[in-house]
Structures are given as C-alpha cells and as structure tokens.
Design a protein around this ligand. Structure first.
Ligand SMILES: Cc1cc2nc3c(=O)[nH]c(=O)nc-3n(C[C@H](O)[C@H](O)[C@H](O)COP(=O)(O)O)c2cc1C
Length: 170
C-alpha cells in the first residue's frame, strides 16, 4: 500500500523567532517535503476556497473564530479517496493549540477505518498542542500515532531529524 503525506500550510506573514517574518513557503510545507522525500509516496496540499488573511494578526482572528465555531471551511481541492493508502503522514501548523479547521475538513470527507495517521506539526511554542488528542477523538476508526513537533523557525534545518522520524514508521 502507498504512503500519503497530506498537509495544510499557510505562507505569508507569521510569527517567527522573536518577531514577525514573511514566509514565501510555509514551514509545514518545508517539513512535508522532507517527509515525502524520506519515505516516498504522494504529497498532497489541502487548500481552502477562501484564502486565509496574509497578515498574521488577521489570520489569528479568523482562525480563532473558526475554532470557536467548529467551522469546516470549504476546500478548493481534495482526493477522491484514501483507498490506496494505509499510512498517512498528516502535517499542519499548530493554530490556537490544535489543527487548523481545514485539516478536520479534509479528514471529515473520508472513511478512515484502518488508516494509520502519523501527525506532524510546526509551531512556535505549543508543540503538538492538543491536536493528537483531538484527532483521536474525532476519528476513532483511525490509529493516531504520536506526532512530531518542529519549531517553525527551525524547519529548514530539520531535514535529518524529520527523515529519521518518518522512516521509523515505514
Ligand atoms: C492563526 C495562527 C495561530 C497560531 N497559533 C499558534 C499556537 O497556538 N501555538 C504555537 O506554538 N504557534 C502558533 N502559531 C504559529 C504557527 O504554528 C507557526 O508559525 C507554524 O510554523 C506556521 O506553519 P505554516 O507556515 O506551515 O503555516 C499560529 C500561527 C497562526 C497563523
């Protein structure tokens, strides 16, 4: 069975080490590419119909409202099914201590019975937050493995750590 690395990531203004930074490529996207190049398989980036604000503080406001509402933002793309995959590396930035609601929107559309989901996230202090617990609660048919948290500002320097972690699952 094939491996899928599916992720959500938002380029633009973000909080880096000690201040705001402008990211041409999102931190989670950097990590997702390291995962896929270590374990092979397919790479898929979830995108929302409505772009999140480019400004960090504006995006924080939108993301907070979505979390409070349990929103499931409309997605601009998806996969027809996950049938060909048994192992899914799932990447996201930590937003307000959990996954962005777009990640739940992506997962909600599939039958996850028997799937092994291996989360990874980038963050600026919260680590995985409650995300592993929240995924396990919402998707009891899947096995949610212990995730890997990488500080966003050190994403570019984490390839060897990410690769050895990812390879330990396959
Ligand atoms: C809306 C929003 C909420 C965030 N919430 C948190 C948080 O709760 N904890 C944390 O450590 N970092 C938080 N961050 C920082 C991001 O997790 C971090 O910058 C991450 O590397 C961004 O990944 P990306 O570039 O792939 O989107 C937040 C960033 C944004 C934009």
């Amino acid at each position: 069975m094939a491996i899928l690395t599916a992720y959500f990531s938002r380029p633009g203004e973000n909080y880096g080490s000690g201040g705001l930074v402008e990211l041409a490529k999102g931190n989670t996207e950097v990590i997702a590419e390291f995962v896929q190049s270590a374990v092979g398989g397919d790479l898929f980036r979830t995108e929302t119909v409505e772009q999140y604000p480019a400004g960090y503080y504006d995006c924080c406001d939108v993301a907070k409202a979505e979390l409070q509402e349990g929103a499931r933002p409309a997605l601009a793309n998806s996969l027809e099914s996950l049938d060909e995959y048994d192992t899914i590396f799932l990447g996201y930035p930590c937003w307000w201590g959990t996954c962005p609601m777009a990640v739940f929107a992506f997962l909600d559309s599939f039958d996850l019975s028997g799937k092994r989901i291996i989360p990874f996230c980038t963050h600026e202090g919260s680590g995985m937050g409650g995300s592993e617990r929240h995924l396990a609660k919402d998707y009891p048919a899947a096995t949610i493995e212990r995730g890997l948290a990488i500080a966003g500002h050190s994403a570019a320097n984490s390839e060897s750590q990410v690769a050895s972690w990812a390879k330990s699952f396959v």
